[in-house]
Each structure stands twice: as C-alpha cells, then as structure tokens.
Design a binder for this molecule. Structure first.
Ligand code: EPZ
Length: 424
C-alpha cells in the first residue's frame, strides 16, 4: 500500500497545467456504448484508478480500448453482455453510468446496485425513475438492477428531477440519445461535466438545446456516430492545486483551464484575501500574508462544489477567525474532520455544518485517508503542518488525482510516495 510522506513548510510557486476532468471522462466513456461503430478517440483523459476501473468494466462488457498519453481510443463494436457485475461496480459508483447506454442500445441491462461510500448512502432512485420515464421496466433482484424495454425502442418523454443529480442527468441524456422523439429534462444538473457530455452527444449526432442550463431537450436518433473529442479540464484538481498555493503562502499559475467554470471557488479564494487573476485559459493565485475566514455552502453548480468542501476546510484551519462550512449535497461528508483535528485543527461539527476555528498551528503526524477528497484535504494540511505528515491509504487519492505529488513537488513541495505494510 502507498503513503505520502510530506515535509511541511515550503511555499508553492510556479506554473502547472491542469489534467482532464475525471467526472466528465466517466460519462463520456460510458456514452461510447451507444454505438457499435468505431473508433472513438478521447483526448485529455486523466490517468486515474477510476478510469482504469471503468475501462475494465467496459472490457468485461466486450469493449476494446488503448490508452496512452491521455488519449483513449475505444471501440464498443463487440459489446454483447449487458451485465455489469458487482465485483466491478462496487469499486466505483459511477459504474451506474453504463445503465442508460446499455438499455438504449440493447433494450436490456443488468447492473449491480452500487454500494454506499464513505460519506453516506448514495441512492440511485433518480437514475431508475429517468429510465422508467423513457419507457423501461425496472426490477431489483438479488442486488441487481434489471432494466428492459420489453423489446421496444425507448421513447422520448419528460423527466422532472426533484433533486439536481449529476449522475441521473447523465444517464437520462445517454438513454434519451437513442430514444424515439425528444426528451425534456427539467432541474437537470448544469455542472460543466454534464455540459461536456452534452457537447459529446451532440458531436455523436443527437441535437441538444439548453446546454449549460437546468432545462435540457435532446432529440433521440436511430443511430449515433463515433467521434474524436477533447475532454474538459478538471476544475476540482485545479481548485485543489490553488488551495495548495493558498495554504502555503505561495503563488501559482494554472494553464489550460476554463476560469468561468470556477467562479464560486475563485470568489471564495478572493474573499479569503488571495489575489486571483485570470488571463484567457490561465488562472493565477497569490496567497496573502493572512488568510481571512470565508463561510461556504456546497450546493449544485454554479454554487461552491461539494468536491471542494474538504479542501476548503483544510485551508480555513489557517484563516484568522471562525468559518462555517455547510454541505447541502452530502450531509455526512465530514470524515476528514477527525483526521484534520489530529493534525491540530480545531473543527466542531453540528448536523451538516462544520465550524472551523482558526488559525491553528498544525503538527505533522500519521493520518488516514477515508475517501478521495478527504485525502486531498489531508495532503493540503500536511503541506503547512510543522514536521512530517504521513497520509496513509493514498489509493483513495489515486482514484481522482493524476500523480498529484509529482505536480506539487514541481511547485516546490517536499513529498515522497512510499510503500508501507499497514499491518506491520
Ligand atoms: C457526482 O456524483 C460526482 N461523481 C461526485 O464527485 C460529486 O460529489 C457529485 O456528483 C455532486 O456534485 C462523478 O461525477 C463520477 P449526484 P453523483 O447524483 O452523480 C442525491 C468526486 O469526489 N441523489 O449529483 O453520484 C445524492 O444522494 C465525486 O469526484 C438521489 O437522491 O452525485 C446527493 O445528495 C464524489 N438519488 C445528490 O443527489 C439519485 O438517484 C447529488 O448526487 C442520485 C442522487
């Protein structure tokens, strides 16, 4: 197992390029299941564990792919099996993204129910509701979702989401892309990753109106075409790197970004006293001598993203005052708090709100990763903690960050990846 050994106390400085987005790559890769024509050429796909997991799921279904230098070439021509097994689905919830395309292309799909995750139950009722609105029959049997169109083609319909759901919006769009007629989706997720999926489906041949808004209309097609496509940048990795500069009193520039997709996060950094400037596709951040406390509430896009909540909490341990951090998307996404407190932070929790008392002097010690963004927050804290911080179980981190320790070291951090035996 790997750990990251971090010597705290160095300022981060320099320029770096953001990776491609994990959370747009996954639905885009799933959407290649919508046509047997090939090949697809997907650019700026990050080299992550979640991408490897998803590729192995698609290969299990019969797809073939090669992946080198950020380019994923994939063909789903030979896909036959429409059954996604528990052994693969349990590794990554986003495996549920194969439901819509398999159902739309083959008329049936069997997908293991995904597990929960470290921060609470992750229901999929809205995914199933969307499939039923398009004419599918859904049954749950022995831990599997069994979806069928009863031998007919899915038909376009109206899908009104009571809750904004990135995954359910993605599944609905992919299924509707092959349905007969037009599907209107209200209260759709407007996250940039869904916007990227929309552009991908349009490129494949299914017209979509309302892209970037919460009301989408997609005109289903009898067949779709394989395409070459450039993936969007990872706004969460970008926000994490900016937080690394802010927490170490540093100054960095990120290239190949879309600043308008990070407005809420950049605004929070500015309110904390950072000097944030943008120039085309670059974002620069200069940290102040004293960070100001900034309250954030994680809500659907364009609000502050829940995937940046843990990283913001680490930063606020160094702010001069008290800040409130609320997560309206995942009320239990606070597993990073006990570990941050072990480093010397002083964070209290009420129901779905954390109260961060700052500034707190942090001292390095061993800390345990519990989930992807919690591990990122522990790395950020380790960058500013006095002495050595060991972040254990970094397989969580590797799910969503492309060799982040190499990126941070290029900016001046002192981090080493080491093997260790958890039970020695
Ligand atoms: C996506 O998860 C992201 N994952 C998550 O990022 C992110 O935290 C989340 O969106 C919210 O932005 C990927 O894109 C692979 P949701 P997803 O459906 O689609 C409720 C990371 O760190 N809900 O938008 O699973 C749900 O409980 C990961 O990269 C239902 O009630 O999230 C939650 O409260 C972690 N029923 C809210 O909606 C459903 O059927 C938003 O969930 C589906 C969701």
């Amino acid at each position: 197992m790997d750990k990251l050994v971090i010597q705290g106390g160095t300022r981060l400085e320099g320029t770096i390029t953001a990776s491609g987005s994990k959370n747009s790559s996954l639905p885009i890769i799933a959407a290649t299941l919508l046509t047997g024509k090939s090949p697809f050429q997907l650019h700026r796909i990050p080299d992550l564990k979640d991408i490897a997991t998803f590729r192995s799921l698609l290969h299990h279904l019969g797809a073939e792919s090669t992946f080198a230098d950020g380019i994923l070439e994939i063909s789903t021509q030979k896909v036959q099996s429409a059954r996604a097994p528990y052994e693969l689905v349990k590794k990554m919830r986003a495996s549920i993204y194969v439901l819509g395309p398999l159902l739309a292309r083959f008329g049936h799909a069997e997908v293991s129910l995904p597990g929960g995750c470290a921060f609470g139950p992750r229901p999929i009722d809205l995914h199933l509701m969307a499939m039923e609105r398009l004419g599918a029959t859904i049954t749950i049997k022995t831990g599997f979702i069994e979806a069928t169109t009863n031998g007919k083609r899915l038909r376009g319909g109206q899908i009104d989401f009571p809750v904004s759901s990135v995954g359910a919006t993605g599944n609905a769009l992919m299924a509707a892309a092959l349905a007969e007629g037009t599907t209107t989706i209200t209260n759709a997720a407007a996250e940039p990753e869904i916007e990227a999926l929309c552009h991908f489906l349009v490129a494949m041949g299914s017209p979509i109106t309302g892209i970037g808004t919460t009301t989408l209309a997609i005109e289903g097609q009898p067949t779709l075409q394989p395409v070459a496509f450039n993936n969007v940048f990872d706004r969460i990795e970008a926000g994490t790197l900016l937080a690394a500069a802010a927490i170490t009193g540093g100054s960095i520039t990120l290239n190949d970004t879309e600043p308008e997709q990070m407005q809420a996060v950049l605004e929070a950094f500015s309110q904390a006293g950072c000097t944030v400037s943008t120039n085309g596709n670059s974002i620069s951040l200069e940290s102040p001598r004293t960070l100001q406390p900034v309250n954030i509430t994680a809500e659907p896009y364009p609000a502050f993203p829940t995937d940046m909540q843990a990283q913001w909490m680490a930063l606020m341990t160094q702010a001069k005052g008290t800040s409130l951090i609320t997560d309206h998307i995942y009320h239990e996404r606070f597993n990073h708090i006990p570990e941050l407190n072990r480093l010397g932070a002083h964070i209290d929790i009420t129901s779905n709100q954390a109260i961060v008392h700052g500034p707190q002097h942090l001292s390095g010690t061993k800390v345990m990763s519990t989930d992807l963004r919690a591990s990122a927050s522990l790395v950020l804290a380790g960058l500013v903690a006095e002495g050595t911080t060991e972040v254990l179980r970094v397989y969580h981190l590797d799910r969503g960050y492309e060799r982040i320790e190499e990126k941070l070291c290029r900016l001046g951090a002192r981090i080493e990846r080491q093997k260790y035996d958890e039970f020695s």
